[in-house]
Design a binder for this molecule. Structure first.
Ligand code: UD1
Ligand code: MG
Length: 465
Protein backbone atom coordinates (compact mmCIF):
# COMPACT_ATOMS: atom_id res chain seq x y z
CA UNK A 1 0.00 0.00 0.00
CA UNK A 2 1.26 3.47 -0.86
CA UNK A 3 2.23 5.51 2.19
CA UNK A 4 -0.33 8.08 3.19
CA UNK A 5 0.62 11.68 3.71
CA UNK A 6 -1.67 14.52 4.77
CA UNK A 7 0.69 17.41 5.51
CA UNK A 8 -2.21 19.87 5.67
CA UNK A 9 -4.20 17.91 8.25
CA UNK A 10 -4.39 18.39 12.01
CA UNK A 11 -5.66 15.53 14.18
CA UNK A 12 -7.44 16.01 17.52
CA UNK A 13 -7.68 12.99 19.80
CA UNK A 14 -10.33 13.39 22.50
CA UNK A 15 -9.22 11.58 25.63
CA UNK A 16 -10.27 13.75 28.55
CA UNK A 17 -13.28 11.73 29.64
CA UNK A 18 -13.07 10.12 33.08
CA UNK A 19 -14.05 6.65 31.97
CA UNK A 20 -16.14 6.36 35.14
CA UNK A 21 -17.66 3.07 34.07
CA UNK A 22 -14.25 1.37 33.98
CA UNK A 23 -14.11 1.62 37.82
CA UNK A 24 -10.36 1.96 37.72
CA UNK A 25 -7.44 3.96 39.09
CA UNK A 26 -6.01 3.91 35.58
CA UNK A 27 -7.26 6.48 33.04
CA UNK A 28 -9.47 4.73 30.48
CA UNK A 29 -7.18 5.25 27.49
CA UNK A 30 -4.30 3.49 29.31
CA UNK A 31 -6.27 0.26 29.61
CA UNK A 32 -4.76 -2.39 27.39
CA UNK A 33 -6.16 -4.38 24.52
CA UNK A 34 -3.92 -7.38 23.80
CA UNK A 35 -0.99 -5.84 25.62
CA UNK A 36 -1.15 -2.38 24.03
CA UNK A 37 -2.95 0.59 25.57
CA UNK A 38 -5.89 2.12 23.73
CA UNK A 39 -4.15 5.47 23.34
CA UNK A 40 -1.20 3.75 21.64
CA UNK A 41 -3.50 2.16 19.06
CA UNK A 42 -5.18 5.40 18.13
CA UNK A 43 -1.94 7.38 18.05
CA UNK A 44 -0.31 4.74 15.86
CA UNK A 45 -3.30 4.86 13.51
CA UNK A 46 -3.40 8.64 13.16
CA UNK A 47 0.40 8.83 12.85
CA UNK A 48 0.10 6.59 9.79
CA UNK A 49 -1.76 9.46 8.10
CA UNK A 50 1.43 11.53 8.53
CA UNK A 51 -0.53 14.65 9.47
CA UNK A 52 0.98 18.04 10.26
CA UNK A 53 0.24 17.68 13.95
CA UNK A 54 -1.66 15.66 16.55
CA UNK A 55 -3.30 17.31 19.55
CA UNK A 56 -4.33 15.05 22.42
CA UNK A 57 -6.96 16.44 24.79
CA UNK A 58 -6.56 15.06 28.30
CA UNK A 59 -8.14 16.00 31.58
CA UNK A 60 -8.61 13.17 33.99
CA UNK A 61 -5.18 11.80 35.10
CA UNK A 62 -3.50 13.71 32.26
CA UNK A 63 -0.05 13.33 33.86
CA UNK A 64 -0.28 9.55 33.69
CA UNK A 65 -1.30 9.63 30.04
CA UNK A 66 1.51 12.04 29.12
CA UNK A 67 4.09 9.99 30.96
CA UNK A 68 2.96 6.88 29.11
CA UNK A 69 2.98 8.46 25.65
CA UNK A 70 6.15 10.55 26.00
CA UNK A 71 6.73 13.50 23.68
CA UNK A 72 6.71 12.70 19.95
CA UNK A 73 7.79 15.76 17.92
CA UNK A 74 4.46 16.47 16.21
CA UNK A 75 2.28 15.88 19.27
CA UNK A 76 0.85 18.65 21.44
CA UNK A 77 -0.93 18.18 24.73
CA UNK A 78 -4.11 20.09 25.44
CA UNK A 79 -5.66 20.15 28.90
CA UNK A 80 -9.42 20.26 29.32
CA UNK A 81 -9.79 20.98 33.03
CA UNK A 82 -13.52 20.35 33.19
CA UNK A 83 -15.14 17.80 30.93
CA UNK A 84 -17.88 20.02 29.58
CA UNK A 85 -18.50 17.98 26.43
CA UNK A 86 -16.92 16.88 23.16
CA UNK A 87 -17.44 20.29 21.50
CA UNK A 88 -15.74 22.01 24.43
CA UNK A 89 -12.88 19.48 24.22
CA UNK A 90 -12.18 20.31 20.56
CA UNK A 91 -12.44 24.02 21.33
CA UNK A 92 -9.48 23.70 23.71
CA UNK A 93 -7.31 22.77 20.71
CA UNK A 94 -7.74 26.17 19.05
CA UNK A 95 -4.46 27.56 20.37
CA UNK A 96 -2.34 24.67 19.03
CA UNK A 97 -3.78 24.51 15.50
CA UNK A 98 -2.89 26.80 12.63
CA UNK A 99 -2.37 26.80 8.87
CA UNK A 100 -4.02 23.50 7.98
CA UNK A 101 -6.75 22.63 5.55
CA UNK A 102 -8.77 20.22 7.70
CA UNK A 103 -9.07 18.98 11.26
CA UNK A 104 -9.72 15.30 11.88
CA UNK A 105 -11.40 14.60 15.22
CA UNK A 106 -11.20 11.10 16.71
CA UNK A 107 -11.77 9.59 20.17
CA UNK A 108 -9.10 7.95 22.29
CA UNK A 109 -11.14 4.89 23.19
CA UNK A 110 -11.71 3.29 19.76
CA UNK A 111 -8.67 1.05 19.21
CA UNK A 112 -10.25 -0.85 16.30
CA UNK A 113 -10.37 2.22 14.07
CA UNK A 114 -8.29 1.64 10.92
CA UNK A 115 -6.21 4.05 8.94
CA UNK A 116 -8.04 3.04 5.72
CA UNK A 117 -11.34 4.18 7.21
CA UNK A 118 -9.85 7.52 8.25
CA UNK A 119 -8.28 8.16 4.86
CA UNK A 120 -11.63 7.30 3.21
CA UNK A 121 -13.24 9.93 5.44
CA UNK A 122 -10.66 12.61 4.62
CA UNK A 123 -10.67 11.80 0.89
CA UNK A 124 -14.51 11.75 0.80
CA UNK A 125 -14.64 15.08 2.63
CA UNK A 126 -12.18 16.65 0.19
CA UNK A 127 -13.71 15.11 -2.96
CA UNK A 128 -17.13 16.54 -2.00
CA UNK A 129 -15.51 19.85 -1.06
CA UNK A 130 -17.41 19.72 2.24
CA UNK A 131 -17.09 21.91 5.27
CA UNK A 132 -18.16 19.29 7.81
CA UNK A 133 -18.09 15.53 7.23
CA UNK A 134 -19.12 12.94 9.78
CA UNK A 135 -18.16 9.27 9.66
CA UNK A 136 -21.33 7.19 10.09
CA UNK A 137 -22.19 3.52 10.57
CA UNK A 138 -25.04 1.04 10.84
CA UNK A 139 -24.16 -1.01 13.92
CA UNK A 140 -26.27 -3.99 15.06
CA UNK A 141 -27.12 -2.07 18.23
CA UNK A 142 -27.54 1.70 17.97
CA UNK A 143 -28.03 2.31 21.68
CA UNK A 144 -25.97 5.20 23.04
CA UNK A 145 -24.92 6.61 19.67
CA UNK A 146 -25.97 9.92 18.15
CA UNK A 147 -28.53 9.33 15.35
CA UNK A 148 -28.04 10.86 11.90
CA UNK A 149 -31.14 12.86 10.97
CA UNK A 150 -31.52 13.36 7.19
CA UNK A 151 -34.12 15.33 5.20
CA UNK A 152 -36.28 13.97 2.32
CA UNK A 153 -33.40 14.53 -0.12
CA UNK A 154 -31.14 12.48 2.14
CA UNK A 155 -29.05 15.49 3.21
CA UNK A 156 -27.72 15.33 6.77
CA UNK A 157 -29.63 17.78 8.97
CA UNK A 158 -28.42 17.10 12.49
CA UNK A 159 -27.07 14.52 14.91
CA UNK A 160 -29.30 13.78 17.87
CA UNK A 161 -27.88 12.16 20.99
CA UNK A 162 -29.65 9.13 22.46
CA UNK A 163 -30.68 11.11 25.55
CA UNK A 164 -32.15 13.96 23.49
CA UNK A 165 -33.80 11.83 20.79
CA UNK A 166 -37.53 11.41 20.27
CA UNK A 167 -38.94 7.87 19.98
CA UNK A 168 -38.98 8.23 16.17
CA UNK A 169 -35.39 9.44 16.08
CA UNK A 170 -34.29 6.48 18.19
CA UNK A 171 -35.55 4.21 15.40
CA UNK A 172 -32.96 5.66 13.01
CA UNK A 173 -30.38 3.00 12.25
CA UNK A 174 -27.62 5.28 10.95
CA UNK A 175 -25.43 6.62 13.75
CA UNK A 176 -22.48 8.92 14.26
CA UNK A 177 -19.10 7.36 14.97
CA UNK A 178 -18.12 10.58 16.78
CA UNK A 179 -15.36 11.00 14.17
CA UNK A 180 -15.33 14.09 11.98
CA UNK A 181 -13.31 15.84 9.32
CA UNK A 182 -13.93 19.60 9.39
CA UNK A 183 -12.50 22.45 7.34
CA UNK A 184 -10.17 24.37 9.65
CA UNK A 185 -11.42 27.77 8.48
CA UNK A 186 -14.96 27.11 9.76
CA UNK A 187 -14.37 24.79 12.75
CA UNK A 188 -13.65 27.21 15.56
CA UNK A 189 -16.31 29.73 14.56
CA UNK A 190 -18.83 26.88 14.69
CA UNK A 191 -17.52 25.69 18.06
CA UNK A 192 -17.81 29.19 19.54
CA UNK A 193 -21.49 29.18 18.61
CA UNK A 194 -22.53 25.94 20.32
CA UNK A 195 -24.30 25.95 23.68
CA UNK A 196 -25.16 23.36 26.30
CA UNK A 197 -28.95 23.43 26.20
CA UNK A 198 -29.45 19.67 26.01
CA UNK A 199 -30.24 16.71 28.25
CA UNK A 200 -26.63 16.36 29.48
CA UNK A 201 -25.89 20.10 29.70
CA UNK A 202 -22.77 19.51 27.63
CA UNK A 203 -21.23 21.36 24.71
CA UNK A 204 -21.89 18.78 22.01
CA UNK A 205 -19.53 18.58 19.04
CA UNK A 206 -22.38 17.23 16.84
CA UNK A 207 -24.11 20.60 17.21
CA UNK A 208 -21.70 22.04 14.63
CA UNK A 209 -23.81 20.24 11.99
CA UNK A 210 -26.97 22.41 12.16
CA UNK A 211 -24.83 25.50 12.80
CA UNK A 212 -22.84 24.85 9.61
CA UNK A 213 -26.04 24.40 7.59
CA UNK A 214 -27.42 27.64 9.03
CA UNK A 215 -24.24 29.43 7.93
CA UNK A 216 -24.70 28.08 4.40
CA UNK A 217 -21.87 25.58 4.69
CA UNK A 218 -22.00 22.04 3.37
CA UNK A 219 -22.32 18.93 5.55
CA UNK A 220 -21.76 15.37 4.37
CA UNK A 221 -21.58 11.88 5.79
CA UNK A 222 -19.14 9.13 4.82
CA UNK A 223 -20.37 5.66 5.82
CA UNK A 224 -17.83 3.20 7.22
CA UNK A 225 -17.64 -0.34 5.86
CA UNK A 226 -17.28 -2.13 9.20
CA UNK A 227 -19.23 -0.69 12.14
CA UNK A 228 -17.02 -2.63 14.58
CA UNK A 229 -14.25 -0.13 13.93
CA UNK A 230 -16.01 2.63 15.87
CA UNK A 231 -16.61 0.38 18.88
CA UNK A 232 -15.76 2.62 21.84
CA UNK A 233 -14.80 1.14 25.19
CA UNK A 234 -16.82 2.46 28.11
CA UNK A 235 -16.54 -0.47 30.56
CA UNK A 236 -14.64 -3.72 31.01
CA UNK A 237 -17.27 -5.73 29.18
CA UNK A 238 -16.62 -3.58 26.11
CA UNK A 239 -12.89 -4.00 26.73
CA UNK A 240 -13.11 -7.77 26.43
CA UNK A 241 -15.40 -7.50 23.39
CA UNK A 242 -12.95 -5.17 21.65
CA UNK A 243 -10.12 -7.49 22.59
CA UNK A 244 -11.93 -10.39 20.98
CA UNK A 245 -12.43 -8.45 17.73
CA UNK A 246 -8.82 -7.27 17.79
CA UNK A 247 -7.59 -10.83 18.42
CA UNK A 248 -9.46 -12.10 15.39
CA UNK A 249 -7.95 -9.33 13.29
CA UNK A 250 -4.39 -10.04 14.52
CA UNK A 251 -4.72 -13.81 14.06
CA UNK A 252 -6.11 -13.49 10.55
CA UNK A 253 -3.30 -11.10 9.70
CA UNK A 254 -0.67 -13.70 10.75
CA UNK A 255 -2.55 -16.44 8.90
CA UNK A 256 -2.47 -14.34 5.73
CA UNK A 257 1.26 -13.86 6.22
CA UNK A 258 2.00 -17.60 6.32
CA UNK A 259 1.57 -18.68 9.94
CA UNK A 260 -0.49 -21.80 10.76
CA UNK A 261 -2.64 -21.33 13.85
CA UNK A 262 -4.43 -24.38 15.17
CA UNK A 263 -7.68 -23.76 17.07
CA UNK A 264 -7.37 -19.97 16.77
CA UNK A 265 -10.15 -19.38 19.30
CA UNK A 266 -7.93 -20.79 22.06
CA UNK A 267 -4.76 -18.75 21.54
CA UNK A 268 -3.78 -15.26 22.65
CA UNK A 269 -1.41 -13.38 20.39
CA UNK A 270 -0.72 -9.86 21.62
CA UNK A 271 -0.28 -6.84 19.40
CA UNK A 272 3.52 -6.58 19.87
CA UNK A 273 4.28 -10.18 18.82
CA UNK A 274 5.90 -11.19 15.52
CA UNK A 275 5.87 -14.65 13.92
CA UNK A 276 7.87 -16.01 10.97
CA UNK A 277 6.87 -17.90 7.85
CA UNK A 278 5.67 -21.53 8.13
CA UNK A 279 5.61 -21.44 11.90
CA UNK A 280 2.81 -23.38 13.60
CA UNK A 281 1.15 -22.13 16.76
CA UNK A 282 -0.80 -24.92 18.43
CA UNK A 283 -3.90 -24.72 20.61
CA UNK A 284 -3.89 -22.85 23.90
CA UNK A 285 -0.67 -20.88 23.39
CA UNK A 286 -0.17 -17.42 24.91
CA UNK A 287 2.23 -15.22 22.98
CA UNK A 288 2.71 -12.11 25.08
CA UNK A 289 4.51 -8.76 24.99
CA UNK A 290 7.36 -8.37 22.53
CA UNK A 291 7.73 -12.08 21.75
CA UNK A 292 9.43 -12.74 18.40
CA UNK A 293 9.27 -16.15 16.73
CA UNK A 294 11.34 -17.07 13.67
CA UNK A 295 10.49 -19.20 10.63
CA UNK A 296 9.43 -22.87 10.70
CA UNK A 297 9.03 -23.06 14.46
CA UNK A 298 6.46 -25.16 16.25
CA UNK A 299 5.02 -23.91 19.52
CA UNK A 300 2.60 -25.68 21.83
CA UNK A 301 0.07 -26.79 22.65
CA UNK A 302 -0.40 -24.66 25.76
CA UNK A 303 2.97 -22.91 25.78
CA UNK A 304 3.37 -19.44 27.28
CA UNK A 305 5.92 -17.08 25.73
CA UNK A 306 6.46 -13.67 27.32
CA UNK A 307 8.96 -11.25 25.74
CA UNK A 308 10.73 -14.31 24.33
CA UNK A 309 12.84 -14.55 21.18
CA UNK A 310 13.01 -17.78 19.18
CA UNK A 311 15.25 -18.10 16.12
CA UNK A 312 14.26 -20.39 13.22
CA UNK A 313 13.16 -24.04 13.50
CA UNK A 314 12.72 -24.02 17.26
CA UNK A 315 10.34 -26.59 18.75
CA UNK A 316 8.66 -25.61 21.99
CA UNK A 317 6.71 -28.60 23.28
CA UNK A 318 3.57 -28.59 25.42
CA UNK A 319 3.25 -26.60 28.64
CA UNK A 320 6.59 -24.86 28.42
CA UNK A 321 7.00 -21.35 29.81
CA UNK A 322 9.54 -18.96 28.29
CA UNK A 323 9.96 -15.47 29.73
CA UNK A 324 12.60 -12.96 28.67
CA UNK A 325 14.81 -15.63 27.10
CA UNK A 326 16.55 -15.96 23.72
CA UNK A 327 16.54 -19.30 21.96
CA UNK A 328 18.89 -20.20 19.09
CA UNK A 329 17.78 -22.01 15.96
CA UNK A 330 17.10 -25.78 15.78
CA UNK A 331 16.62 -25.96 19.54
CA UNK A 332 14.17 -28.23 21.36
CA UNK A 333 12.42 -27.09 24.53
CA UNK A 334 10.12 -29.03 26.83
CA UNK A 335 7.58 -30.38 27.34
CA UNK A 336 7.22 -28.72 30.75
CA UNK A 337 10.36 -26.60 30.57
CA UNK A 338 10.82 -23.16 32.07
CA UNK A 339 13.19 -20.55 30.68
CA UNK A 340 13.43 -17.45 32.84
CA UNK A 341 14.80 -13.98 32.11
CA UNK A 342 18.38 -13.95 30.93
CA UNK A 343 18.40 -17.52 29.61
CA UNK A 344 20.44 -17.47 26.38
CA UNK A 345 20.42 -20.69 24.38
CA UNK A 346 22.72 -21.16 21.41
CA UNK A 347 21.80 -23.28 18.37
CA UNK A 348 20.84 -26.98 18.54
CA UNK A 349 20.35 -26.98 22.29
CA UNK A 350 18.02 -29.52 23.96
CA UNK A 351 16.15 -28.49 27.10
CA UNK A 352 13.90 -31.27 28.35
CA UNK A 353 11.09 -31.79 30.81
CA UNK A 354 11.10 -30.13 34.23
CA UNK A 355 14.20 -28.12 33.55
CA UNK A 356 14.45 -24.53 34.80
CA UNK A 357 17.07 -22.19 33.36
CA UNK A 358 17.65 -18.70 34.75
CA UNK A 359 20.20 -16.05 33.67
CA UNK A 360 22.44 -18.65 32.05
CA UNK A 361 24.12 -19.32 28.73
CA UNK A 362 23.81 -22.77 27.17
CA UNK A 363 26.33 -23.36 24.38
CA UNK A 364 25.95 -24.88 20.93
CA UNK A 365 24.55 -28.41 20.93
CA UNK A 366 24.46 -28.80 24.71
CA UNK A 367 21.73 -30.82 26.41
CA UNK A 368 19.95 -30.43 29.72
CA UNK A 369 17.28 -33.01 29.26
CA UNK A 370 15.69 -33.83 32.61
CA UNK A 371 14.78 -32.36 35.98
CA UNK A 372 17.48 -29.71 36.42
CA UNK A 373 17.95 -26.22 37.80
CA UNK A 374 20.56 -24.12 36.02
CA UNK A 375 21.02 -20.59 37.37
CA UNK A 376 23.75 -17.93 36.94
CA UNK A 377 25.67 -20.43 34.83
CA UNK A 378 27.64 -20.56 31.61
CA UNK A 379 27.61 -23.94 29.87
CA UNK A 380 29.98 -24.41 26.91
CA UNK A 381 29.25 -26.34 23.71
CA UNK A 382 28.49 -30.07 23.34
CA UNK A 383 27.90 -30.67 27.05
CA UNK A 384 25.57 -33.24 28.54
CA UNK A 385 24.08 -32.17 31.84
CA UNK A 386 22.63 -35.30 33.48
CA UNK A 387 19.19 -35.71 34.98
CA UNK A 388 18.70 -33.97 38.28
CA UNK A 389 21.74 -31.68 38.06
CA UNK A 390 21.37 -28.64 40.28
CA UNK A 391 23.52 -25.53 40.29
CA UNK A 392 23.50 -24.38 43.91
CA UNK A 393 23.79 -20.68 43.13
CA UNK A 394 22.40 -19.19 46.33
CA UNK A 395 23.71 -19.44 49.88
CA UNK A 396 20.66 -17.78 51.37
CA UNK A 397 22.16 -14.31 51.05
CA UNK A 398 24.16 -14.01 47.81
CA UNK A 399 24.18 -15.47 44.30
CA UNK A 400 27.28 -17.16 42.81
CA UNK A 401 28.23 -18.29 39.32
CA UNK A 402 28.97 -21.67 37.80
CA UNK A 403 31.19 -22.06 34.73
CA UNK A 404 31.14 -25.25 32.69
CA UNK A 405 33.58 -25.65 29.77
CA UNK A 406 33.05 -27.41 26.42
CA UNK A 407 32.28 -31.10 25.98
CA UNK A 408 31.66 -31.67 29.68
CA UNK A 409 29.62 -34.64 30.94
CA UNK A 410 27.86 -34.11 34.25
CA UNK A 411 26.51 -37.33 35.76
CA UNK A 412 22.97 -37.52 37.06
CA UNK A 413 22.02 -36.07 40.43
CA UNK A 414 25.03 -33.78 40.71
CA UNK A 415 25.11 -30.62 42.77
CA UNK A 416 27.49 -27.93 41.59
CA UNK A 417 28.04 -25.63 44.57
CA UNK A 418 28.82 -22.15 43.21
CA UNK A 419 31.13 -20.40 42.80
CA UNK A 420 32.63 -23.26 40.87
CA UNK A 421 34.07 -24.01 37.44
CA UNK A 422 34.43 -27.24 35.49
CA UNK A 423 37.18 -27.49 32.85
CA UNK A 424 36.71 -28.61 29.23
CA UNK A 425 36.18 -32.33 28.58
CA UNK A 426 35.72 -33.07 32.29
CA UNK A 427 33.42 -35.88 33.44
CA UNK A 428 31.62 -35.70 36.78
CA UNK A 429 30.44 -38.99 38.25
CA UNK A 430 26.78 -39.41 39.13
CA UNK A 431 25.63 -38.30 42.54
CA UNK A 432 28.55 -35.93 43.17
CA UNK A 433 28.56 -32.76 45.21
CA UNK A 434 31.19 -30.54 43.63
CA UNK A 435 32.46 -27.87 45.99
CA UNK A 436 35.72 -26.87 44.30
CA UNK A 437 36.94 -26.15 40.78
CA UNK A 438 37.45 -29.14 38.50
CA UNK A 439 40.38 -29.36 36.04
CA UNK A 440 40.08 -30.19 32.34
CA UNK A 441 39.48 -33.82 31.32
CA UNK A 442 39.50 -36.79 33.70
CA UNK A 443 36.78 -38.11 35.98
CA UNK A 444 35.82 -36.27 39.15
CA UNK A 445 33.49 -37.66 41.75
CA UNK A 446 32.75 -36.86 45.33
CA UNK A 447 33.00 -39.45 48.12
CA UNK A 448 30.67 -42.38 47.74
CA UNK A 449 29.76 -44.95 50.33
CA UNK A 450 30.73 -48.52 49.53
CA UNK A 451 28.07 -50.66 47.83
CA UNK A 452 27.39 -53.77 49.94
CA UNK A 453 25.80 -57.03 48.85
CA UNK A 454 24.11 -59.26 51.44
CA UNK A 455 23.35 -62.60 49.85
CA UNK A 456 20.40 -64.56 51.21
CA UNK A 457 18.67 -61.43 52.57
CA UNK A 458 14.90 -61.54 52.25
CA UNK A 459 12.31 -58.81 52.31
CA UNK A 460 10.10 -58.82 55.38
CA UNK A 461 6.69 -60.41 54.82
CA UNK A 462 3.41 -58.83 55.87
CA UNK A 463 2.19 -60.20 59.20
CA UNK A 464 -0.91 -62.28 58.34
CA UNK A 465 -2.08 -63.04 61.92
C1 UD1 B 1 -20.20 10.58 21.40
C2 UD1 B 1 -21.01 11.46 20.46
C3 UD1 B 1 -22.05 10.60 19.74
C4 UD1 B 1 -21.38 9.46 19.01
C5 UD1 B 1 -20.51 8.67 19.98
C6 UD1 B 1 -19.68 7.63 19.24
C7 UD1 B 1 -21.18 13.68 21.42
C8 UD1 B 1 -21.98 14.60 22.24
N1 UD1 B 1 -21.68 12.47 21.25
O1 UD1 B 1 -21.03 10.09 22.41
O2 UD1 B 1 -22.73 11.39 18.78
O3 UD1 B 1 -22.35 8.59 18.44
O4 UD1 B 1 -19.58 9.52 20.66
O5 UD1 B 1 -19.00 6.85 20.15
O6 UD1 B 1 -20.14 14.06 20.91
N2 UD1 B 1 -14.43 13.66 25.83
C9 UD1 B 1 -13.57 14.67 26.19
N3 UD1 B 1 -14.04 15.72 26.90
C10 UD1 B 1 -15.34 15.83 27.24
C11 UD1 B 1 -16.23 14.79 26.89
C12 UD1 B 1 -15.74 13.72 26.17
O7 UD1 B 1 -12.38 14.62 25.87
O8 UD1 B 1 -15.70 16.82 27.88
C13 UD1 B 1 -13.90 12.53 25.06
C14 UD1 B 1 -14.05 11.21 25.77
O9 UD1 B 1 -12.87 10.92 26.53
C15 UD1 B 1 -14.24 10.22 24.64
C16 UD1 B 1 -14.88 11.05 23.55
O10 UD1 B 1 -14.67 12.40 23.88
O11 UD1 B 1 -13.00 9.73 24.15
C17 UD1 B 1 -16.38 10.78 23.40
O12 UD1 B 1 -17.01 11.06 24.62
P1 UD1 B 1 -18.14 10.14 25.21
O13 UD1 B 1 -18.56 10.69 26.53
O14 UD1 B 1 -17.71 8.71 25.15
O15 UD1 B 1 -19.32 10.41 24.18
P2 UD1 B 1 -20.48 9.42 23.78
O16 UD1 B 1 -21.58 9.53 24.78
O17 UD1 B 1 -19.94 8.08 23.48
MG1 MG C 1 -18.23 6.95 24.07
Amino acid sequence: MAQLHYPDLQVCVLAAGRGKRMHSNLPKVLHKVLGRSMIDYILHTVESLRPKGIAVVTGHASEQVREHVGQPANLSWVIQDKQLGTGHAVQQCEKVIRDVRDVLIVCGDTPLLSVDTLSALIDGHRAANSDVTVLTANPANCFGYGRIVRDEQGKVQSIVEEKDASADQRDIIEVSSGIYCVRYEVLFDLLHAIDNSNAQEEYYLPDIVPLALKAGQSVDAVPMADANEMFGVNDRIHLSQVEELMQKRIIEDWQRRGVTIEKPDTVRIEAGVSIGLDTTIQAGCYLIGSTQIGDECRVGPNAVLVDARLDDRVNVFAFSHIHGANVGSDTLIGPYARLRPGAELDEKVHIGNFVEIKKSVVGHGSKVNHLSYIGDTTIGSSCNIGAGTITCNYDGANKFETNIGDNVFIGSDTQLVAPVSIGDNATIGAGSTITRNVAEGGLTLSGRTEVKYLSGWERPQKDKS
